[in-house]
Design a protein around this ligand. Structure first.
Ligand code: C5P
Length: 414
């Protein structure tokens, strides 16, 4: 799906710039035209020559180069792409973007651009946690900038924590998701990481969308989940100030601004991404995880032949909700699951809550007549211990807002 798309890649200064070389290679393999802009700091980490060789195009570094400006003005540079990707996005470049500076080619291009922007931040963990960086990220999110990563792990500075740039494969998947989705209109209600909101200081994990379980390199098993409910919940939690990680399968939904998107395809990848996001205070598992995967995925495209159709042996996928709800040392304080039912909705949801050991279950009627799957409305029964709350029919955004409200009340209690 990326073939023929155009990406303007901005590299700022960070050791992770070496990973951007692999990112360019992967994009080129998929038929993406990559044009690169490097900040002065970036050129200390990787050479413009290496970037140009991989892009098979000229690399732009200088706002004041007469030849560059006459052959490709900075306005044209910013408008010709389908998407602007900033990888690595350093703390400094994020700050300059948030302030709207235009003091070098990279920031001038970003300010002159009317295209969607995806950033892949990387920095030391203390810089990442600094209120200035977090405020800058919230500002960018409120303007619709989408973020992929950072992940946690050992950083180049030797410390361990949040700040590693997302892996090139994750950035490619995020690019696919952003380009697939219609542009998100930045609004207060759709996230933006309200600084000082009621969930400020809390970390939330949300799963969304379907999973895709490969059969062979070109075929897969999946379902009709739209990701609308999960994405709306992530946006609502981020809107109340929660530091929100959204682990999502492929959807048409725009990644909500202000959340950290971790794009995945399979259930196994979803589980790994969820475990990597821990510790969190809140986990909301809204994804429609495929119950089964193909036991042995063919390495080549299966062919039609005289032997007739192939037999697919299925294996059970991990239950992500149950796994997270039963973690021994880092179980989130509030674990919330969904129960899509077509009959005995509340009874089945109660049984599911006990079996999976989550705290709340949002049961919803997904019988075809309800129009829930893929639609914009949802009828929720919130099963919490012995009590059940029946919510009126609402839009998925309203469900998300009410749930985020209920979650914040839960955390207000001592
Ligand atoms: O078992 P069932 O699929 O009905 O459970 C629904 C809930 O469990 C949802 O919250 C869904 O996200 C979660 N789930 C999961 N991993 C699975 C299956 C379901 O997290 N493999």
């Amino acid at each position: 799906m990326l073939h023929g798309r155009r990406v303007l890649l901005i590299l700022s200064g960070g050791i992770a710039a070496y990973k951007s070389l692999d990112l360019i290679r992967r994009l080129r393999e998929r038929g993406v035209a990559v044009r690169a802009v490097m900040t002065a700091a970036a050129t200390h980490f990787v050479t413009p020559l290496a970037v140009a060789a991989l892009c098979e195009d000229k690399v732009y570094t200088d706002l004041w180069s007469l030849t560059d400006e006459s052959e490709m003005g900075h306005i044209r540079l910013s408008r010709e792409a389908d998407l602007v990707v900033v990888a690595p996005a350093s703390a400094d470049l994020i700050a300059r973007m948030a302030a709207g500076l235009a003091d070098d080619l990279a920031t001038t291009v970003l300010l002159a651009s009317d295209k969607r922007v995806l950033i892949a931040p990387t920095m030391n963990l203390v810089m990442w946690a600094h209120p200035a960086t977090q405020a800058n990220l919230a500002t960018l999110a409120s303007r619709g900038v989408v973020r992929v990563g950072p992940g946690s792990g050992e950083l180049a500075c030797g410390e361990i924590g949040s700040g590693r740039m997302a892996e090139p494969a994750e950035i490619v998947t995020a690019i696919e998701q952003v380009l697939q989705a219609p542009p998100a209109l930045p609004s207060r209600a759709s996230g933006g990481g309200e600084v000082g909101g009621r969930l400020a200081g809390r970390r939330a994990l949300v799963t969304s969308g379907p999973t895709r379980e490969p059969i062979d390199p070109v075929r897969y098993i999946s379902n009709h989940s739209s990701g609308k409910q999960g994405h709306a919940i992530a946006a609502a939690l981020a809107g109340l100030g929660a530091d929100t990680v959204l682990v999502s399968g492929p959807t048409q939904e725009p990644p909500p601004p202000g959340v950290q998107l971790v794009p995945i395809e399979t259930a196994a990848e979803m589980l790994t991404a969820c475990e990597a996001a821990l510790p969190v205070d809140i986990a909301v598992m809204a994804a429609a995880v495929a119950d089964w995967r193909v036991e042995s995925v063919a390495g080549h495209k299966l062919k039609k032949d005289a032997k007739g159709p192939p037999m697919l042996r299925l294996a059970e996928n991990p239950d992500i909700l149950a796994t997270i709800a039963q973690r021994a040392n880092d179980r989130p304080r509030l674990v919330i699951g969904f129960a899509a039912e077509t009959e005995d909705i509340v009874e089945n949801a109660r049984a599911k809550r006990a079996r999976k050991r989550c705290d709340w279950i949002l049961a919803n009627d997904v019988s075809p007549s309800s129009g829930t799957f893929g639609g914009d409305r949802n009828t929720i029964h919130l099963v919490e211990g012995g009590t059940v709350e029946h919510w009126p029919v609402m839009t998925k955004k309203e469900v998300a807002a009410r749930l985020a409200q209920r979650i914040s009340e839960y955390f207000d209690r001592p």
